[in-house]
Design a protein around this ligand. Structure first.
Ligand code: TRP
Ligand code: ZN
Length: 879
């Protein structure tokens, strides 16, 4: 017998909601055994809707206790109750519906709806969690004004929070108390939030440009409140930046952030009451790395920016998710670039895109930025929607320029403030504000797959002209065999033999523009661009700043790449040239056997190290070989062990070839005794120092191991300590265990540091990494119920340790399938996310394909498999 699984929802089936809820009053009575939720909905039929249209309210996983319409109790027969909601066949044009439901948040392990984390109650309603709290038209185009009363025991839950402003509070004489919150802004149900607990608060104020004072509050468990200073400073910087860059001010009198330890994603932008994974709030130098500090700032920014791009203007339906997520990721990227090194930020963002989104776009789950159908919406919070979505926004910015982009955003808010809209509405605002035709550009929303851009060139010394021939194509993806050409910006520079950018004058133009590079608009399958007054054959610097999310094919020679690596004025392309130089070599070694490091590459790395004008963070990126994930993407049939061996061999030869340089660089940076500050400069230097330490430990000498152990033991901050621990954990001897034991003993009471301890072991290069990971599943600190723990151990091993995960005996695959099955009964959303590495089975050799496929089939045969996992696994096997 086959089980019944949910059927897909299609974008084209969208219908306007027949009824709206103008306002509602919610009352929560929170208790240990059960929670009662009373809801009073003020409902109206929308214009033009047939009076016989039934009212449908979504609702799942709760008990309906009472239901009344305009004060009259409804009985079964008056309404229809099903496992996914309730319908009332005949309702008046305007009425009040009262609903009482009973929940058991203490048993909610899915972390959707109302649940308990540690001792506190909290909610997660995006995308469809509100329907686990009460019966409601839980869809983002129904926007309502909320008044929420929270009642709970005063001793255990002294802090009671919800969206908006607190308007009234009081005590009952049975030890309970209550607080009433009013949110003046109509919002979709996915932005509802509630928190109750014994929490500490860091309070501050912010004065907006127009002079309004806003109270800022960050809530955590008491022991963590001293780790919130960086989050608070980041919040203020975000608020200032949005005023300066977009003219957008905060709109309520209070902005609250609550950190919770059990959370499915990074954070949630609930109106006025953001809920965050502790990982993206808490940061102190001894427990958080420089990267953690950066991530806190980025995620605080992201959620704050949602207040306008997501909350004030929201999505009409979940197919439009990238409307808010792509735009908000882009805004966060701009913000982070402005706060630190723009070049390094761009490098890291492109690395995320290539390591996560490109494989997704080339696999069985490939979908457009605006998907056409889904079975479980939680499976579509993807790198495509978020990161490729952000690249699409960036392309508007590149095509229209900074001022044109801002005109488009201004018009978007002017037209749509307070509305639930579509990606087409955003595109129309961009087009109308700039008087341009963006109809072809809309293909970025509808066509999946990573386009390939093939560029060839010719130089004619007789006429001193240089021509770029550009052609584009896009591989087929599930359900889309033919693709039309995209409209995209190709930013180029032409570099002369001195490394200078040439003035760029296209044939037919009267003079060269006074810019180092220019944006070529690509619209056709094949297009040519002829530059005039080019005295000598230049080297093209193509796709500067990674101007479009495409795969570029240009036949660069190793000499070209070494030259651009030394001279390109565009920092992204300078880094890119070095990466290409190394990846060409590594792919050749993987295919034909490991050889000797070419002298020009060694020299290029050496010169980069010695380059005084470059900052430390950039150098650290430039001298690090491309990731194994990136290399894998370049191969027709992925050879994970071959890639790993080649990359290690390159690191080894660079370590030996430049041993003296690594040592002096390390010593110079390690002797810097200035106090720890998590700023760009300090972080960059630590990064470079730890890259140098990494090369030194490739020498595998006892003295280098001692050096690592010394840094590990003497480090005064988590960045240095963890970097050394990771290197020690890669070594085969006993020192690894000594260091890991010391680290655990010291940090076992800090859950976020224990996550790092799991992650370092999951990512270890040791040959016994899988055995250790399997053993760690039984460790008392590991919890399958905690998503951070799952990501740190199982996620990191399967996604970031390809050489061990893809062990030829298939044990890595079995381990993953076992855990997906175990987790599916607890938290299907997280279980489904874990399945990504198995879904890419077709990219491997036939033996691995067979092994991975068997595990996917085993998962599919599991009784009571969730829709979440079922969707991913069945699509993986089908496509
Ligand atoms: N909107 C959130 C963000 O991008 C994403 C999110 C947080 C989420 N928690 C979730 C999505 C749970 C789905 C389920 O910031
Ligand atoms: Zn978001």
């Amino acid at each position: 017998m086959t089980e019944q699984h949910a059927t897909p929802v299609h974008r084209h089936e969208y219908q306007v909601p027949p009824y709206r809820v103008d306002s509602l009053e919610l009352e929560f009575s929170l208790d240990e055994e059960e929670t009662l939720v009373k809801s009073r909905l003020h409902i109206c039929r929308n214009d033009g809707i047939n009076p016989h249209e039934p009212l449908h309210l979504f609702g799942e996983s709760m008990e309906l206790l009472e239901l009344s319409l305009d004060g009259k109790a409804l009985r079964l027969g008056d309404y229809l109750l099903k496992s996914d909601g309730l319908s009332i066949a005949l309702v008046p044009a305007q009425f009040t519906l009262e609903i009482t439901t009973r929940l058991q948040p203490q048993l909610n392990t899915q972390l959707e709806g109302l649940y308990k984390s540690g001792g506190m109650f909290c909610t997660q309603c995006e995308a469809e969690g509100f329907r686990r709290i009460t019966y409601f038209p839980d869809r983002p185009d129904v926007m309502s004004r909320y008044t929420t009363t929270v009642i709970a025991d005063k001793a255990r839950y002294p802090v009671l929070l919800s969206n908006g402003n607190p308007v009234e509070r009081g005590d009952y004489d049975d030890g309970r108390h209550w607080v009433r919150w009013e949110d003046p802004f109509p919002k979709p149900s996915y932005l509802f939030a509630l928190v109750a607990g014994d929490l500490a608060c860091r309070r501050d104020t912010y004065v907006t440009t127009s002079g309004r004072e806003v109270t800022l509050e960050i809530y955590t468990e008491h022991e963590n409140i001293d780790k919130t200073a960086h989050a608070m400073a980041s919040l203020k910087r975000s608020m200032r930046w949005d005023e300066e860059a977009y003219g957008l001010e905060y709109d309520l009198d209070i902005y609250m952030i609550v950190a919770v330890g059990d959370f499915n994603m990074g954070a949630m932008e609930n109106k006025g009451l953001n809920i965050f994974n502790t990982q993206y709030v808490l940061a102190s130098p001894d427990t958080a790395t420089d990267t953690d500090f950066e991530n806190v700032e980025a995620v605080i920014g992201h959620e704050y920016f949602h207040n306008w791009t997501g909350n004030r203007v929201t999505c009409r339906d979940w197919f439009q998710l990238s409307l808010k997520e792509g735009l908000t990721v882009f805004r966060e990227q701009q913000f982070s670039a402005a706060m630190g090194s723009a070049a390094v930020k761009r490098i890291n963002d492109v690395r995320i895109l290539r390591n996560h989104q490109f494989p997704e776009d080339a696999g069985p789950m490939a979908h457009p930025v605006r998907p056409d159908s889904y079975i479980e919406i939680n499976n579509f919070y993807t790198a495509t929607v978020y990161n490729k979505g952000a690249e699409v926004i960036r392309m508007y910015h590149t095509l229209l320029g900074e001022a044109g982009f801002r005109r488009g955003v201004d018009l978007y808010f002017q037209r749509h403030d307070g509305q639930a809209v579509t990606c087409d509405d955003f595109l129309a605002a961009m087009a109308d504000a700039n008087n341009v035709d963006l109809s072809q550009f809309s293909l970025w929303y509808s066509q999946a797959g990573t386009p390939k851009l093939r560029v060839r060139d010719e130089y004619d010394p007789a006429t001193q002209t240089y021509t770029l021939h550009v052609s584009q194509s896009c591989p087929p993806t599930p359900g889309q065999s033919e693709k039309k050409p995209f409209h995209l910006p190709l930013t180029v520079g032409l570099v002369d033999t001195d490394g200078k950018d040439l003035p760029l004058q296209l044939d037919g133009e009267s003079h060269a523009l006074d810019t180092a590079h220019r944006v070529l608009e690509i619209r056709e399958a094949e297009q040519s661009f002829r530059f005039v007054n080019i005295p000598k054959r230049p080297r093209p610097s193509l796709l500067r700043g990674f101007s479009a999310p495409v795969e570029l094919d240009y036949p660069y020679t190793a000499e070209d790449l070494a030259f651009l690596f030394a001279h390109d004025s565009d920092p992204f392309n300078r880094w890119e040239a070095g990466q290409r130089l190394m990846s060409d070599l590594l792919l050749e070694w993987t295919a034909k056997g490991i050889g000797k490091l070419p002298q020009p590459l060694l020299k290029a790395i050496q010169e980069t190290l010695a380059h005084k004008a470059l900052d430390a963070a950039f150098i650290a990126e430039a001298i690090t070989p491309p990731t194994e994930a990136y290399l894998a993407e370049q191969m027709q049939t992925i050879d994970p062990l071959g890639i790993h061996a080649s990359r290690e061999a390159l690191r080894q030869q660079l370590a030996q070839g430049l041993a003296k340089q690594w040592l002096s660089l390390y010593q110079e940076l390690a002797s810097d005794n200035t106090a720890y500050r998590p700023d760009g400069d300090g972080a960059g230097k630590r990064r470079l120092k730890n890259v140098a330490l990494g090369y030194l430990s490739c020498l595998h000498s006892e003295s280098e191991q001692t050096r690592c152990l010394e840094q590990f033991r003497q480090a005064t901050n988590m960045t240095d300590q963890l970097a050394a621990l990771a290197l020690l954990a890669d070594t085969e001897g006993e020192v690894a265990d000594v260091a890991l034991r010391e680290f655990y003993e010291r940090w076992q009471r800090e859950p976020l540091v224990v996550d790092k301890w799991f992650r370092v072991q999951a990512m270890s290069k040791r040959s016994d990494a899988l055995d250790r990971v399997v053993a760690l599943i039984e460790h008392p600190a590991f919890e399958l119920r905690n998503p951070n723990k799952v990501r740190a151990l199982i996620g990191a091993f399967c996604q970031a340790n390809p050489a061990r995960f893809h062990a030829p005996d298939g044990q890595g695959y079995r381990f993953l399938a076992d855990n997906i099955i175990a987790l599916d009964g607890i938290n299907p959303q997280i279980a489904a996310r874990l399945a990504a590495p198995l879904s890419r089975w077709r990219r491997y050799d036939s033996k691995r394909q067979e092994q991975m496929k068997l595990e996917l089939e085993r998962i599919l045969k599991t009784q009571k498999l969730s829709n979440d996992v079922h969707e991913i696994v069945s699509k993986s096997l089908a496509n």
